[in-house]
Design a protein around this ligand. Structure first.
Ligand code: FAD
Ligand code: UDP
Length: 368
């Protein structure tokens, strides 16, 4: 009997590839009409490679994840940089020495910037919420200028209602490092994410069925299911709906304009209904006479993009997790199935662990 994989994003595609490599027959379903999940990229009507579901930048500290994906793509070096627009000026985010000096008209050295942060921070103990994280690292003024309103826009909640892990994604620096990520491996798939996924799924044992919902399929035909859709949907929302934050992506092409903004992403914490604008050519290195950008408008309804990390939601998730644990013929994997705010590399790492646990081989062993 074959294996069924629900979802052709990172979680599903890694499991499909591993299962096929181990000699299994695999059917991959996705209700969307394309592979690659939220990492899907494609040339827009002007020929600029864009990410349909918002900017995806690959970064990892896990050599085995980078090595595994390198079987399916070549890479281009790319270090993401983000500026935040505050009171009409652009400042590096994560907050660093340059942010502080420029914002307050100072000329602090690295040591002085560290001392300044020590002076303004409001230590909190214990650190439970995202507000605790931000106040204890940068204090109230920087929190209000860079974090509070962005967070309200993005999540529809106050920093104090969100789990610490959300704001903890953003470090604070007293040096001049203006990279968004500091991972040892920061590269973009040279020919795009979708091409990498095509290469992963290009195996005689794998059949991909797009535009097909799991609900339409007879499960009894399969020996095992790897499910990467929303966990609450799998159980027909038995305990109520898990909240997901959604986004509306407004794509725009600007003709005869080589560049729109100086870096890949500019955040707008306090102005406009969108959170950020990303210009794709920075990410992809593409040359083109025009340029394409996307604005992200957060919303409650729509496709589930972000599990909302709060104590209350975690309790609800735990009820679903108990049902999932009892389900021996289905394994739940990925950002929606595990209701966790995971980056792409973390999803790949987890899918590889799941594959190994199911006897589908280990990527740590050399393979032919
Ligand atoms: P998904 O990519 O969501 O794939 C799940 C798939 O399952 C979907 O294609 C869906 O259509 C399908 N599916 C669901 N239910 C069913 C069903 N019932 N039947 C059939 N198919 C179904 N991560 C980074 O590392 N770097 C970034 O820069 C980054 N930027 C991001 C920006 C945005 C705006 C968002 C939303 C996420 C970002 N991420 C980033 C996170 C990244 O998107 C996820 O880690 C990754 O896509 C998760 O992969 P997945 O396979 O778990 O889920
Ligand atoms: N954040 C913020 N201001 C910023 C950038 C981030 O307040 O300029 C907060 C916000 O709550 C956001 C979280 O930090 O949701 C994580 O940011 P990240 O850029 O990692 O979010 P993602 O890329 O996953 O949307």
């Amino acid at each position: 009997m074959a294996i069924l994989v629900v979802g052709a994003g990172f979680a599903g595609t890694v499991l499909a590839e591993r299962a096929a490599f181990a000699g299994k027959q695999v059917v991959v379903l996705d209700r969307r009409t394309h592979i690659a999940g939220n990492a899907y990229d494609h040339p827009d009507e002007h020929g600029v490679l864009v990410h349909r579901y918002g900017p995806h930048i690959f970064h990892t500290n896990a050599p085995h994840v980078a090595d595994y994906l390198s079987r399916f793509t070549a890479w281009r070096d790319y270090e993401h940089r983000v500026l935040a627009s505050v009171e009409g000026e652009l400042y590096p985010i994560p907050i660093n020495r340059i942010t502080i000096n420029r914002l307050y008209g100072m000329n602090l050295s690295e040591e002085e910037a560290a001392a300044y942060l020590d002076k303004v921070r409001e230590p909190r103990d214990p650190i439970r919420t995202s507000e605790d994280v931000v106040l204890s690292s940068v204090g109230r003024d920087l929190c209000d200028k860079f974090f509070r309103n962005y967070t309200r826009k993005q999540w529809g909640m106050d920093l104090s209602e969100l789990a610490a892990l959300v704001a903890a994604r953003i470090p604070t620096r007293s040096n001049d490092d203006d990279r968004y990520f500091t991972d040892s491996f920061q590269k973009m798939p040279r020919d795009g994410f979708t091409r990498m996924f095509q290469n992963m799924l290009d195996h005689p044992n794998i059949r991909v069925e797009l535009g097909t919902d799991f609900k339409e399929v007879d499960r009894s035909h399969f020996e095992h299911i790897f499910y990467s859709g929303p966990i609450d949907e799998y159980f027909d929302h038995r305990f109520g709906k898990l909240p997901y934050r959604s986004l509306s992506f407004q794509h725009e092409h600007l003709q005869d304009q080589q560049q729109f903004q100086p870096v890949g992403t500019v955040n707008y914490p306090n102005d406009f209904a969108f959170t950020r604008i990303t210009e794709f050519k920075h990410l992809t290195g593409q040359t083109h006479t025009g340029t394409s950008i996307v604005r992200e408008y957060p919303q409650a309804e729509g496709d589930p993009y972000y599990p909302v990390p709060s104590e209350q939601n975690q309790q609800l998730y735990k009820q679903y997790q108990a049902l999932a644990d009892a389900e021996t013929s289905t394994t739940f994997v990925g950002r929606l199935a595990q209701y966790r705010y995971l980056n792409m590399d973390q999803v790949v790492a987890q899918a590889l662990v799941v594959a190994e646990r199911h006897g589908l081989g280990s990527v740590r062993e050399p393979e032919p």
